[in-house]
Each structure stands twice: as C-alpha cells, then as structure tokens.
Design a protein around this ligand. Structure first.
Ligand SMILES: Cc1cc2nc3c(=O)[nH]c(=O)nc-3n(C[C@H](O)[C@H](O)[C@H](O)COP(=O)(O)O)c2cc1C
Length: 369
C-alpha cells in the first residue's frame, strides 16, 4: 500500500517534500474580522490539522484592498494580516508541515462595494457578467476600470509587498494565482483583454504582466520559492471563453517559465467538459509535461488511484487535492491506510465559524512525528 507514488518523498532542486500530496488553495471565507486577518485559532488550526500534506497552499490571500472580491478572505497587505499569517505558519511548522501562501488579485471579479464605490480594476473595461460575493450577498459584477500603466505598476508593487510580507510571516514560499479567470488570466484571455498597448494584442503582450510580476517579486523572495498556477482550458467561467489563441498563449507562457527557476508549476485539468471545443486541450498534464522542465503539480478531479497513476505515468510530480482536503484533514494517512474518504459539505465551504472548517474528524494514526 505504501509503495504508492503519491506517498513517496519529493526532492527536487528547490523542493524537499515528505510526500507528493498537496493541499490545493481553497478560499474558506473565515477571516470575518474588520482587518480580514487570519488567526492561530481558526486558519492556524485548520492548516495544522492538514500538515501531513507534502505541501499546503493557502487560500487566495489578497495583495491589496483593490485585489479583493469575496467577503471575509484573508489579506496579506497589512501588518495585522501578516502577523496573523505568522501565527498560522508557526502552527503548521510545529507539525513539520510545509506551507506556501497563494497571492491573489481578482481583477474584475469584484464589486464597487469592496472599493468605496470605485470600480474594480481589469485589463479592459469589459464586464464578465459574473457575480461577486459581497457583504450584502451575491451581486452582479460591473464594467471594471481599464488599468492605466500606473495601475499596472502599482499592482506589481502590491505583489512585491505581499511577497515581502509572506517572507516576514515565515512562509516556505508563495504561489502566484495566475489562474481561474482572475486578474492574470484576464490579461491572457482575448475575451477580457482588448488592450492596444504593450499589455494587449500579441501573445507576448498579453503575457507581459505575469512576467513583470515574476521579475519584480524575486527582489523580495528567491524565485526558487515561487510557484505559479495556470488553468489553460478554463472555459465559460467568469466570462473566460477559449479561442484559437488560448492554448498557444499557454504554450508560450509555460515554455518561457523554463527561464525561471520556480519551485513548481501548478496546472489544472479542465474544470468542465471541453471535449467538444475545437480550441481546448483536454489533457493538460500530458501536453505540458514535455514542455515544462521543472517540478509539475497537477489538480482537479483527482482521487487516490488517479493521483498515483498520473505520477507513475511521469505526467506530474505532485497532485493537488481540493475538496477532498476540506473533509479529510488526514488525507495522506487515509491514502496510506486505505481508509474511506469522508464527504464534504458544500453548504459550509464559505460560511463563518468552525463548522465545516475545523470540525472534520481524523480517522487514522498520524504518519509523521
Ligand atoms: C471551496 C473552494 C474554494 C476555492 N478557492 C480557491 C482559491 O482561493 N484559489 C485557487 O487557486 N483555487 C481555488 N479553488 C479551486 C481548487 O484549488 C481546485 O482547483 C478545485 O477544487 C478542483 O480540485 P478538486 O477536484 O481536487 O476539488 C477553490 C475550490 C473550492 C472547492
């Protein structure tokens, strides 16, 4: 049983993980305090319960006030938030865990209610026609403000400052959330980026913002501690529609990422069925494994069997589990002992309080310590 590839340690140039089971980043909306700061009692307990993961990637943590689009999500732009994260990291480290902070900017998936009535920022003034989870409930998104060069430069600095705060908090690394229809993805995609300057038009231009952020954050954190997330075949979510340029754009970005000595590249298989779409790639790990030379993490819809198989096939080095980690804090041990997984309760994904957050039971013997 324990010959499972998922449970084998992973040693790469930049990573030393005790297994290949990763806790995927998941917004849980429990930072329900005026500062939107995480705490030892809530997020610290939650992540420490899951510390036997080879790697934990935190929920998206906004890099500025402009970056927020969901109620009660923990930021990493104030001192109070950074202090809160430090307490969280300490609790995970006490259990021997490894934890990266996911740095997040939602771009246009937000609402003026979060910004004193001002418009959210985006590459172009195009409404995604989606919804934002505001303090007054779900609200329709609006047409955002097209980012000026000044807005872009400020946002790059916000990522740099957040990276600095992540270092102060003691995180083992950061993950840039350049995925799932949020700000970076809005630059990549032709339906959300109609710019005619250096950040729009060609593939190179639409990728520019990402590489400028990468160049800038390495002044505060070694690039070896930076991971990055992409979802190439995302379609129909948050106004993202694939076209003939979409996959070539990701081909370009992923090949260029070889110039950066990242901790890892985190890819998602398609979130929905894209087999009928002429422009989509249905097999993300298989397509990008030969292109990307560093450590590769794959996500979306994996169970234990498929996780072991994808690593055995050589298509990925690690597997990130999302929903299974919500209801199985001891996911690694359950895989090791062959214990059935508990179901998650979707009703408490984003609700305040301990219920559905830190009250899922362990059913196994701790594997480490
Ligand atoms: C409740 C919830 C919150 C999520 N929040 C984030 C997030 O903050 N950042 C992110 O990159 N992905 C987020 N995701 C996506 C997950 O990381 C993952 O890609 C998705 O759940 C698919 O993996 P799974 O099939 O193992 O659940 C979230 C998913 C869920 C269910």
């Amino acid at each position: 049983m324990n010959k499972q590839t998922l449970l084998a340690p992973l040693k790469t140039k930049n990573l030393d993980l005790r297994n290949r089971v990763v806790m995927a980043p998941m917004t849980r909306s429990r930072a329900d305090n005026p500062e939107n700061a995480p705490s030892a009692e809530m997020q610290g307990e939650y992540y420490a319960q899951r510390a036997s993961a080879g790697l934990i990637i935190t929920e998206g943590s906004q890099v500025s006030e402009k970056a927020v689009g969901y109620i009660n999500t923990p930021g990493i732009h104030t001192e109070e938030q950074t202090k809160g994260w430090k307490d969280v990291v300490e609790k995970v480290h006490e259990k021997g865990g490894t934890i990266f902070c996911q740095l997040w900017h939602v771009g246009r998936i937000s609402h003026p209610d979060f910004h004193n009535g001002e418009l959210p920022l985006a590459p172009s003034a195009l409404n995604p026609n989606a919804q934002s989870y505001t303090p007054q409930g779900m609200k329709d998104t609006v047409t955002p403000k097209e980012m000026s060069k000044e807005d872009i430069d400020q946002t790059i600095q916000d990522f740099v400052q957040a990276a600095k705060h992540a270092v102060t908090a003691g995180f083992d690394g950061i993950e840039i959330h350049s995925s799932n229809g949020y700000l970076f993805h809005q630059f990549f995609n032709g339906t959300s980026n109609h710019r005619t300057d250096a950040y729009g038009g060609s593939i190179e231009n639409r990728s520019r913002f990402l590489f400028e952020v990468l160049e800038a954050v390495q002044t505060e954190i070694p690039i070896q501690k930076v991971g990055l997330r992409l979802n190439p075949s995302l379609n129909g979510i948050f106004g993202m529609m694939m076209d003939e340029q979409t996959i070539p754009t990701f081909d370009y970005i992923i090949a260029k990422l070889n110039d950066y000595d990242l901790a890892y590249l985190h890819l998602s298989e398609p979130f929905n069925d894209v087999s009928e779409l002429p422009f989509a790639e249905t097999q993300i790990a298989k397509r990008y494994r030969p292109i990307y030379k560093g450590a590769l993490m794959i996500n979306a819809g994996f169970d234990q069997k498929k996780g072991n198989e994808v690593i055995e096939a050589g298509d990925a080095d690690m597997v990130a589990y999302g929903k299974p980690y919500i209801s199985n804090p001891d996911l690694v041990e359950r895989f090791a002992e062959g214990v059935e997984l508990s179901d998650w309760d979707g009703d408490t994904f984003y609700t305040p309080g301990k219920k559905g957050f830190i009250d899922y039971e362990r059913k196994t013997t701790p594997m480490y310590q």
